[in-house]
Design a protein. Structure first.
Length: 447
């Protein structure tokens, strides 16, 4: 950790009577530690400074980070705004519903969310479309014997999301490359020169948007076709309030990003956990064999409690979106602190997902916490894909995809007498920001 902090910045100081974490570098702030070792950075700050402190996110500025459980109430507070999200990366989040509040947010969400609800997914036969694509990819893994897991889950998720959208995409690695460049806009210094992240990110956004506009035009010209993008365009065009195509394209871009980046990370961690805990694999195989089929509807998922618990526990321990940001539009009381108007806030989902205040034995990966649960799933347990006080639009889709995937993996590998095993150090090289994922180099074998 010490190597990730600036040894020349050790002076303790306050900002609005709240301590500033020492160790920030010029221009990039605490980003090296945030990206490479966020959990230890948060624990260090809590141990030395308490539950409220400032972190420096480099180009995104200083954010007051709160580890008090009251931080979750902030997400529903009428005087807290999501506009900070657009300010951090306007080229990425501008015009998207995650950066909007109130009526504008509801208007955009209502215009596109119906196809992503369980009823819409079932009516469109999404599960039936997903199943053969997942099975073909898992069979390739079985035949190859070992894979670079995050690269494979990323390609699979892109193939799935394009299949669901009704889009024929030949260059999936090219799309993945453009989206990785697009994500750099969150951390890019405000320097627009050739070869730098800002220039690359903007070029990637323009490339993606140009193709999405072609897909939207094609969906309108062939309205009888099936696919989520046709359903989204149709729902968008039927909405009561006229919205520009810029809004539609920006939100499709965001859904494609979330639909493959965060879900691919969760899928990769599921395989990693199955590989390093044989008892989990045995329980999943037993369930898959008992039911004997892969689920295709949300109504089927109750038959797969172990697979659902694997999905939820993976999200808890390895949240794909570890941080949420907001801006205080009025003075707030947050925990035992008064937060001034205009303060930029950071709410670390990662901290709360693994907090002893919310979970027994939080550092243990245990399916029993879900299998033995009697109370309803809490909102705090469903925020790990990002968004805000409610589910992200793609949550139900990811839930179905990942349960389908885990059952397909168990049936396919068990039939061949194979099980997953780690060929790399799962903790080495993992990243936590702007989205969280294991190292791109981790390999998993099937033997």
């Amino acid at each position: 950790m010490d190597m990730l902090l600036n040894p020349l910045n050790r002076r303790h100081r306050l900002r609005h009577d709240i301590p500033v974490l020492p160790g920030a570098f010029p221009l990039v702030g605490h980003l090296p530690a945030i990206v490479c070792d966020l959990p230890r950075l948060l624990r260090r700050a809590e141990r030395t400074l308490g539950s409220h402190f400032w972190l420096d996110f480099g180009p995104a500025g200083q954010l007051m980070t709160c580890l008090d459980p009251d931080a979750f109430a902030v997400l529903r507070h009428k005087d807290v705004s999501s506009a900070l999200i657009e300010d951090i990366a306007p080229e990425l989040f501008g015009g998207t519903l995650v950066a909007q509040d109130g009526g504008a947010h509801r208007q955009a969400r209502d215009a596109i969310q119906a196809p992503f609800l369980p009823t819409g997914l079932t009516q469109a036969g999404i599960g039936e479309l997903l199943a053969p694509v997942i099975q073909a990819r898992v069979q390739r893994w079985r035949d190859r014997g070992d894979v670079t897991i995050l690269r494979e889950t990323g390609d699979l998720m892109l193939k799935l999301i394009f299949s669901l959208m009704g889009i024929t995409a030949q260059d999936l690695p090219g799309w993945r490359r453009k989206y990785r460049q697009l994500l750099q806009l969150i951390v890019a210094p405000p320097v627009d020169l050739p070869g730098l992240p800002l220039r690359r990110g903007r070029a990637a956004r323009d490339w993606i948007d140009a193709r999405l506009r072609e897909f939207v035009r094609d969906a309108r010209e062939h309205a009888a076709r099936t696919g989520l993008i046709t359903d989204m365009v149709s729902a968008f065009d039927r909405s009561d309030d006229a919205l520009s195509d810029d809004v539609l394209v920006a939100n499709i871009r965001l859904l494609l990003l979330g639909g493959h980046d965060t879900t691919a990370s969760t899928m990769a961690w599921m395989v990693i956990e199955l590989a390093r805990q044989p008892v989990l694999w045995d329980a999943l195989v037993e369930e898959a064999q008992r039911v004997g089929t892969v689920p295709t509807r949300h109504a089927d998922l109750a038959q797969y409690p172990v697979a659902e618990a694997l999905f939820r526990e993976t999200l808890r321990v390895h949240p794909a979106t570890p941080l949420l940001v907001r801006r205080a539009r009025r003075e707030l009381q947050l925990g035992h602190r008064r937060i001034p108007t205009g303060t930029d806030l950071c709410i670390p989902i990662l901290h709360f997902s693994t907090s002893a205040l919310l979970h027994d034995e939080p550092d243990q990966f245990r399916l029993a916490r879900w299998l033995q649960r009697t109370e309803p799933i809490r909102p705090v347990d469903m925020l790990q894909f990002g968004a805000g006080p409610h589910l992200c639009i793609g949550y139900h889709l990811a839930w179905l995809e990942l349960v389908q995937f885990s059952i397909t993996l168990a049936l396919t590998m068990h039939e061949a007498g194979a099980r997953p095993r780690l060929l790399s150090d799962a903790e080495k090289g993992r990243r936590y920001y702007p989205t969280a994922h294991p190292s791109m180099t981790i390999r998993v074998g099937f033997s």
